[in-house]
Design a protein around this ligand. Structure first.
Ligand SMILES: NC(=O)c1ccc[n+]([C@@H]2O[C@H](COP(=O)([O-])OP(=O)(O)OC[C@H]3O[C@@H](n4cnc5c(N)ncnc54)[C@H](OP(=O)(O)O)[C@@H]3O)[C@@H](O)[C@H]2O)c1
Length: 395
């Protein structure tokens, strides 16, 4: 991409020069990665961690995928890293050094998209990711999210706030917490019934022109909202829950609309919050101070007991192919559409490696049919969210 095109995209000359300088610094810090990587990201808005720089045999993501097209196009690793669970809502939280090391391992293994949000521990997760990305920010992208309402750091769970003032406030905080000049994608976390989506889209468009965000997206919105928003400012990705036990985006037309409009799709909680990894059973105890799964109907012991039959289907399918249940779940998503980029989270290198290896797994259409048929035969027990959380989801 030429410099004029960068300016057309709203990235200032000052930002460009600063980024290019930082790119040089990044090259010195970690020579293991290709030298062009940082500079190329600064110039093109694309990260180019190349498969050629990753040692052969290492569990890694070597493929890239492009979410959306034209000015909204965003090329990133075919699998991202969901950072939330490193220190928020997933029980075990390793010490900061371990989390940082894990993020560095993900970068070395080709991951170029790291997902966080203002609300994950109210800045706590963003700050951790910011620490981890020091020296790496010109080589990878971070997505963050706005829209939950906070008063003095405490979430007002009955309301959302996507007013332009709040979007801008969150953006500034996120940039500071993460230590980046530009966010890769800035998502609306949940719709705000009091703020028309056109106003949200317009505000995100302004942030793009100002060079504060590269792209924008929305979470858990319906097809009508996506159409309206996309008309005002092209949407790069929809981030909603999608996995074997929650296929709403296939039923409500969202996935089909993404395909029609050329918008990317980022499935969150792609392992159903760990359940499809096969390490949770009815006796699993979640940390009462740091895990929202204990409040979710689908994670009550009776539901877990019933739903374990689904994990067993994945296990039976994977056993003969030498792949784990988590790999079956992630590979299925990756095989669904070429514009899908899942963002599983983990606190463990072994799981990171296992998950990234799913990027190399290709299913035949017969295998997909067999798998889907077997899973569909088992009714899912328990809803994914409680009533208040579910009321925030657009149908
Ligand atoms: N937009 C939204 O509204 C929204 C909502 C929720 C989440 N998110 C995003 O999505 C990301 C991922 O979501 P998530 O953490 O809810 O769910 P997830 O990725 O489906 O599951 C994470 C859990 O799975 C376990 N796990 C990971 N790999 C595994 C493997 N190979 N085998 C067995 N267990 C494995 C992890 O435990 P270990 O640490 O033991 O590996 C962790 O507890 C978040 O980090 C966040 O960025 C977005």
């Amino acid at each position: 991409m030429k410099k004029e095109q960068i300016q057309e995209n709203g990235i200032s000359r000052r930002g460009f020069l600063k980024r290019t300088a930082l790119a040089g610094a990044a090259i010195c810090i970690a020579p293991a990665l290709e030298k062009v990587t940082a500079a190329e990201k600064a110039i093109t808005g694309k990260s180019s961690v190349s498969a050629a720089t990753i040692p052969a045999g290492m569990a890694a993501v070597r493929a890239q995928r492009t979410l959306s097209s034209g000015k909204a196009a965003f090329t990133i690793s075919a699998m991202g890293f969901g950072c939330m669970g490193l220190n928020h809502h997933r029980s075990q939280s390793p010490d900061e050094k371990t989390c940082i090391r894990l993020i560095h391992e993900a970068i070395e293994r080709g991951v170029t998209l790291f997902d966080t949000a203002e609300s994950y521990g109210y800045h706590k997760n963003e700050k951790l990711v910011g620490e981890a990305l020091k020296g790496y920010t010109d080589r990878v992208f971070v997505s963050s999210k706005f829209g939950h309402k906070f008063v003095n750091g405490v979430q007002v769970k009955t309301e959302e706030d996507s007013t332009p003032t709040n979007i801008r406030r969150v953006c500034e905080n996120s940039l500071r917490n993460l230590g980046v000049e530009t966010l890769g994608i800035f998502y609306q976390h949940r719709v705000d019934p009091a703020t028309p989506i056109e106003v949200v889209a317009e505000t995100c468009g302004e942030l793009i022109r100002e060079g504060k965000i590269l792209h924008w997206g929305m979470c858990e919105v319906n097809a009508e909202t996506i159409r309206r928003a996309h008309k005002v400012c092209p949407v790069t990705a929809i981030q909603s829950e999608y996995h074997f036990m929650h296929r709403a985006v296939e039923e409500n037309g969202v996935l089909a609309l993404c395909e029609e409009l050329g918008i990317g799709f980022v499935p969150y909680s792609p392992l159903n919050r760990g359940f499809l990894g096969g390490m949770i059973n009815e006796y699993t105890r979640f940390d009462t101070a740091n895990d929202n799964r204990q409040t979710l109907p689908r994670f009550q012991p009776e539901a877990i007991r019933a739903n374990t039959r689904i994990v067993e289907v994945l296990n039976a399918f994977g056993r003969t192919r030498g792949i784990t249940t988590a790999q079956v779940a992630l590979a299925w998503l990756l095989n669904r559409r070429p514009f899908i980029v899942p963002i599983p989270g983990t606190t463990k290198l072994s799981h990171l490696e296992e998950n990234l290896r799913a990027c190399d797994i290709v299913f035949t259409s017969e295998e997909v049919t067999e798998l889907e048929k077997a899973v569909a035969a088992i009714p899912v027990v328990g809803s994914r969210y409680d009533a208040l959380q579910e009321s925030k989801i657009q149908k």
